[in-house]
Write a protein that binds this ligand. Structure first.
Ligand SMILES: [Zn+2]
Ligand SMILES: [Zn+2]
Length: 244
């Protein structure tokens, strides 16, 4: 795993340097990371990805498309320093009795995809830069996956953090729907304040009081626009006359 981590760090540095060449970012493994439990100022990013496992007891290998990779990110503007903590949830062998949890192996292609998604998320959450149409890149499945997700041997499921454990034994809700979904930055402005299309400014879905206020505002606006047009016409006529 330590060797594996080098690849993660290297790829992460390449990607983050591309977009933020002057900033220092670090990526570290943290086995104690818990989903939805964040230190102040940190943000979370969860991905469910494809990876392969191998049992260290019987050497059996299997693949899963529901491997949870959890990231907590923090950006300090003052220090120009960013930190990412990562946790990869383990799974254990179905065939052995009491086998250890195994950390999965990822292809470099998938590491790069996962980290690409992470860097996009950092841009969005930490720098407030982002693209509305940003879609998560999916990891590549290089193997047929037999059967359903094995909730009894998935570390995330057993701890109540797996998206697939909705029917599991856990009392916790089946993983936050609040965080991982790509949340568009709130650019949904209230559709007023544009002076030109006076009639089209809608006021749907606002409270009654603000509706009244909007109407008053609208009337004033119409009046002002009318005054302006009249004034413009008058001055045009005057200029026309003078020119004559
Ligand atoms: Zn085994
Ligand atoms: Zn699970």
């Amino acid at each position: 795993m330590r060797h594996d981590m080098k690849v993660w760090q290297q790829v992460f540095q390449e990607l983050i340097q591309e977009v933020k060449p002057w900033h220092t970012w670090t990526l570290k493994l943290d086995e104690s990371l818990i989903p939805n439990t964040l230190q102040p100022g940190w943000t979370q990013y969860q991905q469910w990805v494809f990876a392969r496992f191998q049992c260290s007891w019987c050497s059996r290998s299997w693949a899963s498309a529901q491997v949870q990779v959890l990231f907590h990110m923090h950006w300090s503007k003052r220090e120009s320093k960013g930190r990412v903590k990562m946790r990869i949830f383990a799974q254990r062998c179905q065939k052995c009795a009491n086998p250890p949890f195994e950390i999965p192996e990822f292809t470099e292609e998938n590491i790069s995809r996962i980290l690409n998604n992470l860097v996009f998320r950092i841009l969005k959450k930490c720098y407030k830069e982002g693209f509305k149409s940003m879609k998560e890149i999916r990891t590549v499945k290089d193997n047929y996956i037999e059967g359903p997700h094995d909730i009894n041997n998935c570390e995330a499921c057993l701890q109540g953090f797996c998206a697939q454990s909705g029917l599991g034994l856990t009392t916790q809700p089946p993983v936050s729907l609040t965080l991982p979904v790509i949340s568009l930055p709130t650019t949904v402005r209230t559709p007023i304040q544009k002076p030109s299309p006076t009639k089209s400014s809608t006021t749907a879905g606002v409270g009654e009081i603000s509706l009244k206020l909007h109407l008053i505002f609208l009337y004033t606006l119409v009046f002002l626009v009318a005054c302006f047009i009249m004034h413009a016409n008058v001055s045009r006529i005057v200029i026309h006359c003078i020119k004559k």
